[in-house]
Design a protein around this ligand. Sequence first.
Ligand code: CDP
Length: 206
Amino acid sequence: MIIAVDGPVAAGKGTLARRLAAHYGLAYLDTGALYRAVGLALLDAGRSADDSAAALAAARALDPARLDDPRLREERVGEAASRVAAMQPVRDALLEFQRDVAARPPGAVLDGRDIATVVCPDAEVKLFVTASAEARARRRHAELTARGETADLDEVLADLQRRDARDQARDAAPLRPAADASLLDTTNLDIEAAFRAALSLTEGAC
Ligand code: CDP
């Protein structure tokens, strides 16, 4: 059983995917954390996030057991992640790990940008989670503030729109809904309502 949850920045994919995994007893993989870890490795090494040779080396050396660094959630790391994620060789280096997690019984919920289109095109359930840019910026701003990062709402909105534009325009696995994905707009839904909506979209298949 594989559930693919894709969507733009801060659409609420992670929260939904985690709750679906707990509900159905499936594993959960935040694939964005893989790209963030590659981005963070470059920042830590003082390299540019556009350094494709260093990015590929970092992707190949990635230890997926070490994705719990709280720094992965920093805004600058999200930006670096989106830069390295546009590089096809980096994506190729991370693909097998993602497919292995998905293939392990009883299955998994994976969230990201290209789960339904590239990583698991045969997923039983494909959700594309969206919300207005303003709603997403408010949520990300609240998250950052709660973690003690100082953040300006207008800057968060601008960062998010720039990152979405890059993710959508790239040649390598661009962000877009799969033809057979169910769209879930969470602009006016709280977490509980979004979870119930996601459950009703998955119920037939699970
Ligand atoms: O949590 P947030 O929505 O800010 O982003 P994320 O899911 O942690 O992903 C960070 C970045 O990694 C995205 O902006 C994408 O560029 C990239 N990504 C990707 O290309 N493919 C995925 N399956 C997951 C993330």
